[in-house]
Design a protein around this ligand. Sequence first.
Ligand SMILES: Cc1cc2nc3c(=O)[nH]c(=O)nc-3n(C[C@H](O)[C@H](O)[C@H](O)COP(=O)(O)OP(=O)(O)OC[C@H]3O[C@@H](n4cnc5c(N)ncnc54)[C@H](O)[C@@H]3O)c2cc1C
Length: 411
Amino acid sequence: MKHVIIGNGVAGLTAAETIRRMDPDSELTLISDETFLPYCRPMISHLLEGAVPAEKLPIRGKNVYAQNRIEPVLGARATTLDVDRRVVTTADGKTHAYDRLLLACGADPRQIDAQGRDLENIFFMRTVQQVRQMLAVLPEVGHALVLGGGLVGFKAAYSLLRRGIAVTMLIRSGYPLSMQVDETAGRMIQAVLQANGLTVRTGASVEAFEGNGRVRMAHLSDGTRVSCDMAVIGKGVFPAHGFVPADRIHTDAGILVDDNMQTSVSGVYAAGDIAEHMDIARQRSWVNAIWPEAVSQGRVAGMNMAGEIVSYRGSLSRNVIRVFDTDVMTAGRVSPRDIDETCRQFSARDLRRNIYRKLVFSDNILVGFAMINDIEQGGALTALIQSRRPVEVEPERLMEPGFNIGRLMAR
Ligand SMILES: Cc1cc2nc3c(=O)[nH]c(=O)nc-3n(C[C@H](O)[C@H](O)[C@H](O)COP(=O)(O)OP(=O)(O)OC[C@H]3O[C@@H](n4cnc5c(N)ncnc54)[C@H](O)[C@@H]3O)c2cc1C
């Protein structure tokens, strides 16, 4: 049996290790365009911040490929997939035949259409290499512009503020992290960032960058300008399935997979940020591009590829974020765009202690929460959403400090 995996992120690596554990004799090839050892992608913002050195990023030692008898094909981008001949071709023209294939290619940052986009010091923040390039120019940066207030834009802005760099953030939606939290929580996060030097501009986008080789200025759609020595584009990502034959492998936003992480083509699997499966809170097909789901999906894909039929239970969006001295935890449906007429929302705010709690129910099933500065119950609430157990106590009681949410699971 010959397994080929495209992508050496955490989904691809987890699948490779799982296959090797279950099937010592198969051939295993791992193709990736990144050459760095598999690393903790969420930590690249800590590298930008200066909180961790680059040596701390790899999630496995340098012998990972030899120990698992994986043939690494690194620095190679897969450009064509022929599902009839079962062959992957990389940009250098080499071909890789497979019996079972895993697509674990993650996601690519969304490009923007602005004049002067090619100037130096305009970055994405998806790879360790991009952050290294940012670090190389930081000594000459006094003011950075961050485009987008989503998770990546937020993390870039936060890291640069922690470095003492003045940051302007352009947000289309009105407040940061609008995909993760509601407006009250978003405004609380924004207030913390502003108190620490962030300038927020809403309702405007960049039409053009100006500079002499390097970016010096951004011209915005509202006719104003922002001086900047650096810009970070955080306008979202899209699953990296551009080379996959869409007439054979069915896609929505991501590659659609069944409970065994298999695509519409037998023998071809997908896992991680590229894959789309059932979202537990939304009860519909969704791409939840987060680290723990990439690990789970990689493991389930690897087991099925090795011949043991197991099912994935579905994914749940969730995040724990520290914003200076403020803790934020969210899961499931909290953003206004995820709320519909079936939802019942409960919230409580303690202004003196800067605490906020928000719970969202669909009928009597918990489908989302956001917590600021009181996140101890977050693990139990996450488990409650994942369980889809009907909640039989008054929702307000769940928000009482000290209420033992874990006991609901034991009933
Ligand atoms: C700045 C940042 C902060 C984040 N913070 C968090 C967080 O706080 N919490 C959280 O849960 N998640 C976070 N995430 C998301 C998390 O990192 C991802 O969900 C996770 O890394 C996905 O793993 P993956 O293996 O699916 O994809 P990836 O890690 O993207 O790995 C895919 C690999 O495949 C390669 N590849 C792509 N296309 C091809 C091709 N055609 N040929 C060959 N190779 C290819 C890519 O270069 C990459 O090396 C963050 C992400 C970023 C960028």
